[in-house]
Design a binder for this molecule. Structure first.
Ligand code: SF4
Length: 345
């Protein structure tokens, strides 16, 4: 595979902190194990100035953190909007810190998209899955939606929820609620972040019973991984990582303080990992090997079998209802069921 002349998809960790404590995310553990910090303005501006000289499609000022933990996020987004003409700018946040003042600023900035990661629609489920206050998130997202409408911003506002054992009874209630507010809602499958979530913890959060969950776990050889040819992830201290899966910073590909992004993209370190990928040896790197394992999917046939078997048995349990809804939703409205929910052919 030939790498792009310059990466077209960039994530910048302007701060490494997050305010949530999600059971499906490595952050709580990682934040105790590894140094954490905030990117200084000089480095941030130098990165943006360099991006302005290249053709880039997407820039996201966060990486393995919540962007609103950066108190300078709004001025930094303003700088990005001033300097970057071509790329889309996206924010993904849990929404808890997105108060009315930030909502007004976001509406003024007219970002391309804002994704809110929200799991559950009730306080007990949201608190249990993410450790954040659900009424605050509901209020903040509704205020943001109103501000975007009032300002005429073109920003796409999307709420995404993971299909988990803990959320399965609520995903469709959440979808209907957000749709009633004119907000797009996507259901995403869980993944184990390339083995960064312990397997028993991951399995315990999958939505259906053990047998059905196991039948939905897929495994891929990740050689030819597009991230290595098109993506650049820059940590708060300028270190470069291969992708958003490298939570433990297992391979640092250089530092944006020491070299230009253009030179780093062509460096020996990048060439070496791409060569592993090109020659089918990417699996020798433990992270990439684990990245291909435990890809949770929803195979439509397995789902139908599950529904049929359950119909013969105990009747309308919670997971049966959700399985049926997923099946119907996928048939009628594929847009709201995202990513690898259907086994690729
Ligand atoms: S862990 Fe490896 S295979 Fe997975 S996205 Fe990162 S570079 Fe690609």
């Amino acid at each position: 595979m030939i790498p792009l002349n310059f990466p077209n998809n960039i994530q910048i960790q302007t701060t490494s902190y997050c305010n949530a404590a999600c059971g499906f995310c490595p952050y709580p553990e990682i934040s105790r194990e590894l140094p954490m910090g905030r990117m200084d303005d000089e480095l941030f501006m130098s990165i943006i100035d360099q991006l302005a000289e290249h053709e880039v499609s997407l820039v996201q000022p966060f990486l393995m953190n919540d962007p609103l933990m950066d108190k300078q996020l709004v001025p930094r987004l303003s700088y990005m909007k001033r300097k970057l003409r071509g790329p889309r700018i996206n924010i993904t946040t849990n929404g808890a810190l997105l108060g009315p003042k930030v909502a007004r600023e976001f509406a003024r900035l007219d970002l391309d998209s804002i994704h809110i990661s929200s799991n559950g629609i009730t306080q007990s489920v949201n608190k249990a899955t993410m450790g954040i206050d659900n009424p605050t998130v509901l209020r903040n997202v509704n205020v943001l939606a109103d501000e975007l409408r009032k300002s005429g911003a073109r920003t796409e506002l999307i709420v995404t929820g993971l299909l988990l054992h803990a959320t399965r009874a609520e995903v469709f209630i959440a979808r209907d609620y957000w749709r009633s507010r004119g907000i797009t809602y996507f259901i995403n499958p869980l993944n184990d972040r390339a083995g960064n979530i312990a397997h028993d913890k991951f399995e315990a959060q999958l939505p259906f019973d053990r047998e059905v969950n196991r039948s939905q776990l897929l495994s891929y050889d990740m050689s030819g991984c597009p991230s290595l040819y098109s993506f650049m992830g820059i940590l708060y201290n300028g270190d470069l990582v291969t992708c958003c899966m490298d939570w433990r910073r297992s391979l640092i590909l250089g530092n944006a303080r020491k070299n230009s992004l253009y030179d780093l993209w062509r460096s020996r370190a990048y060439r070496h990992i791409r060569q592993s990928s090109d020659t089918g040896r990417l699996g020798e790197r433990l992270l990439c090997k684990q990245c291909g394992q435990n890809r949770f999917s929803i195979d439509q046939d397995v789902l139908q079998d599950h529904i049929d078997r359950q119909m013969e048995g105990t009747g309308q349990q919670d997971h049966l209802r959700v399985a049926k809804l997923l099946r119907e939703t996928y048939e009628q409205d594929q847009q709201s069921v995202k990513l690898n929910l259907v086994r690729p052919v």
